[in-house]
Each structure stands twice: as C-alpha cells, then as structure tokens.
Design a protein around this ligand. Structure first.
Ligand code: ARG
Length: 465
C-alpha cells in the first residue's frame, strides 16, 4: 500500500523496514484512547471553524462506528496494512467517510496524538491498579482482624528477635500498600495535563482551543510547552517507578509466605486451589504463585529500566526511540494487575496456624530484651541489665532451659534484683501486651493501627463512589 508520505519519496519502503518500523501489533491496544482523542480533536476543530461542521459530524460518527467494529473484533490491525494505531484509525475513517477523514489530522501530529493516547491509557490503568491495591488492603485487614492476639516471632537477620503478632506483621504491609496508593495518586495528579495541540513539536498556526479539548477529555489543564508536551514520558517512568516499589512490597510478602509455608516454619498453609504439586514428588505442595510474583517483580523493574535508558539520551523533541515506551508500560501494567488479582484470593484463603507461630515464639529467647527491661525498671542501668540477660540466655542454652523455666535461684545468683515477678515479665503474651508504644505489637495498639487503615479504605471507597 502507498504510504501517507509517498509524495516526498521516490521508492517504496523496504519490507524489513516496514516490519521494523511498525508498532501496530503493540499499540493497537490504544484503539479506544486513540478514537476518544480524535473525537475530542474533531470537536475542537469544528467548534473553532477549522473544519466544516458536516466533516466534524461525519468524523465523529465514523469514529464511533470504527470503535464499535473494533470492540466486536471485526477489524484486523496487521502491520502489513497499518504502521500504527493512529495511521490505522485515520485510514479506516477515510475509507469510510472520504474527504472528511482526510481533514481529521489538521493541526495535529502523531507526536501529540500518541502523547495523548498514552496519557489516557496510563490514567485509566492507574485507577484500576489503585482499585486492586485497595482491594488487597481490605483482604489484609480482614485477616489481621482475626489475629490481634496471635503471637509470632518477629525477626531481624531472619533470626528470632522479639515477639510480635501476626496482625502486627500484616499491618506493616498495610502501611506499605497505603504508600503505594499515595504514590499512584500522586502520579495521576502530576500527569493531569493534556498534550494535544503541541503538534509535531512547535504548536500550530491554526486557531486551536486546547483548553476545550482538555475539558472534553477530562484533564484539568494543558501542557505548557509544546516541545515538552510531545517528548515528556515522565509519567510513564513515574508509573513504572510506582509499580516497581509496589512489586517490591508484593515480592517481600511473597517471600515471607514461601518461608511460612515451609516445614521449617509451617506458620501458614495455602489453599489447594492456590498451590501446585510436583510432577515427581507426590508429597509436594508448592507456593508457585508467590514465587512467580517474586520472580515477576524483576520484569517490572526491567520495564522501568527500559524507559529510563530509552529516554536519557534523547534530544528534544520526539524521537522514534519513544515508540518503545509502550511495550514497557503495557508489560508493567499487565504484570502488576495479574499479580494483585491472584494475590488477593490466595491471601484470603490462606490458613494461618497460630499454634505453630506460638511454638516458634517460645523458642529463641524472644523475651531476652524484656528480661533486661525488667531489671532496668528496677533501677539497673540498661547496659548492665542487657549483659545480665545475655548471661542468663547463655546459661539457658547450656542447660537446655528457657527464661520461663529457669529457676529463681539461678536468676538471683546472677543478679539478686530478680524476684518472683520476673516470670510475669518474661511471659510471652505479657511481652506482647506490654509493647504498647505507638506502632508496637500490643493487641490494643495494633487494633488502633487497623482501625486507622480501615478508615483510610472507607474514605477511598466513598471518594470512588
Ligand atoms: N508509533 C509512533 C509512536 O508510538 C507514533 C508517533 C510517530 N511519530 C513520528 N514522528 N514518526 O511513537
């Protein structure tokens, strides 16, 4: 087929170049955004008297028909026929309505067109991903509700450190996800500018009304510099940065679930519907979903890297390199969405095994700090108390005892300040209950954290409806 730019060229494009240059197999996903943007553009051209009213109406009616046919899968967008989605829509329109279709591209370039399409797409997907994150947060809160008193070991260096509760642990993730929501919203707010009207790079001589198109498309304003408007992909990088951080969080939780599922921990058991078996080992029940999420996080980081490297050397304004933005953004969005979609039900159906958590919390001297704190509260300087507690732990290890079972005489041999009430101080549940400092694991304090997060979720829900 003759190229749109055939006037300037004496030769046909090489077949391989055609294939290499075409992006329609990737950007056909933007057909809705492209049509939506073109409708607003046509409405603006008509309102400004840049194109005749009949053409404006025909263009919009034609685009509506094309959209319907696309949704019905009646149009095949192959690279042999079309270079990209923008050319495809214009060609299809012209085939259908004739000269009116040829007027659509007045005062517009594919450069501001694609910049608009991508913004429309990213805006839509941010809202969807935010919804999925909020949904997952709800699942987290629901689980946490049942486990305010479920004591488990808290770890540093993956060594048992101090006692916490399962709800406390989950609230940590709740707070991470809350920040993810904030970052996504921030990205949305920052990109709320409409680039159409920047033209190829230097605006246009036509009397366009950019604000009108912005309003039609639901943007708060327009991009303020035409060079920047066509070459800005900050919002793509920002989105991928947000998604990368979100994937870090999902990956860390996945890693923990993988550990918790192992016989070494056995803190949780995944539902059969969310586990997989082995082709050879009959006993296996594997947390493949978590492993995939952990693995797929790498793709999203890679997508961010792709965009950063793609952009960093580009002179203003548009360069074809930027066509590569789509695959990276689409992949990051697809990956994050599927991860969240599968994580929520997997987490909701996971069985928690409080007895095993408690048994683990009983070993490993999680109450050694509390033992030291006991002495400190009786006037012993913390550094001395710390040393005494350490000595007691060493004795316990030697004798096969725990701080709960060590006889009072032994305690008093090491430090005469100890009295009978030390057993209350090192009692596991007491250790948790007394950690009621703001942010701590005490059930009443975690209940406060939980209520705060639930309030956040309620407010988001109300704002959505
Ligand atoms: N397919 C192109 C892209 O995605 C559209 C813009 C083309 N602009 C150009 N000047 N060749 O970037």
């Amino acid at each position: 087929m003759a190229k749109m730019w055939a006037g300037r060229f004496k030769k046909e494009t090489d077949r391989l170049v055609n294939e290499f240059n075409a992006s329609v197999s990737v950007d056909s996903r933007l057909y809705r955004e492209d049509i939506e943007g073109s409708m607003a553009h046509a409405a603006m051209l008509e309102k400004q008297g840049i194109i005749p009213p009949e053409d404006g109406k025909n263009i919009r009616a034609g685009l509506r028909e094309i959209l319907k046919d696309m949704e019905a899968g009646k149009i095949s967008l192959t690279p042999e026929l079309y270079e990209d989605i923008h050319m495809a829509n214009e060609q299809l329109l012209t085939e259908r309505i004739g000269d009116g279709g040829k007027r659509l591209h007045t005062a517009r370039s594919r450069n501001d067109q694609v910049a608009l399409d991508m913004r429309l797409y990213v805006r839509k997907e941010i809202l969807e991903i935010r919804r999925l994150v909020l949904e997952f947060m709800e699942v987290l809160c629901e689980k946490a509700k049942d486990h305010l008193e479920t004591v488990m070991p808290g770890y540093t260096h993956l060594q048992r450190a101090q006692p916490i509760t399962f709800a406390h642990h989950l609230m940590a993730y709740g707070n991470m996800l809350k920040r993810d929501v904030r970052r996504l919203e921030d990205c949305l707010e920052g990109m709320d500018e409409m680039p159409l009207g920047c033209g190829a790079l230097a605006g246009t001589t036509y009397p366009i009304d950019r604000e009108f198109a912005a309003e039609e498309l639901g943007f708060s304003g327009v991009t303020d510099n035409s060079l920047d408007g066509v070459s800005d992909r900050d919002y793509c990088m920002e989105l991928c940065a947000c998604l990368s951080i979100l994937m870090v969080h999902l990956s860390r939780l996945s890693e923990e679930i993988i550990l918790w599922c192992s016989w070494e921990f056995k803190f949780v058991e995944l539902d059969d519907a969310f586990s997989t078996g082995s082709s050879i080992m009959p006993q296996k029940k594997n947390p493949d979903v978590c492993e995939l999420i952990r693995g797929k996080s790498g793709r999203v980081f890679g997508d961010l890297q792709t965009l950063l490297v793609m952009m960093k050397g580009l002179p203003l304004a548009y360069n074809k390199d930027m066509q590569e933005d789509k695959e990276a953004v689409f992949d990051a969005v697809d990956t994050v969405k599927i991860c969240l979609q599968v994580f929520s039900p997997m987490f909701a159906t996971m069985t928690v095994l409080p007895e095993n958590m408690k048994a683990a919390a009983k070993r490993g001297f999680l109450n050694a700090t509390d033992c030291a704190d006991y002495l400190t509260k009786k006037g012993v300087p913390f550094r001395d108390a710390y040393k005494i507690s350490g000595t007691l732990v060493a004795m316990c290890i030697e004798k096969g005892e725990t701080l709960d079972s060590l006889p009072l005489e032994t305690y008093r041999e090491v430090c005469p300040v100890f009295e009978k009430d030390v057993y209350e101080a090192v009692d596991l549940m007491a250790c948790v209950r007394e950690r009621k400092s703001l942010g701590g694991p005490a059930p009443e304090e975690v209940a406060r954290q939980l209520e705060k997060l639930l309030k956040f979720l309620r407010e988001k829900k109300e704002a959505q409806s």
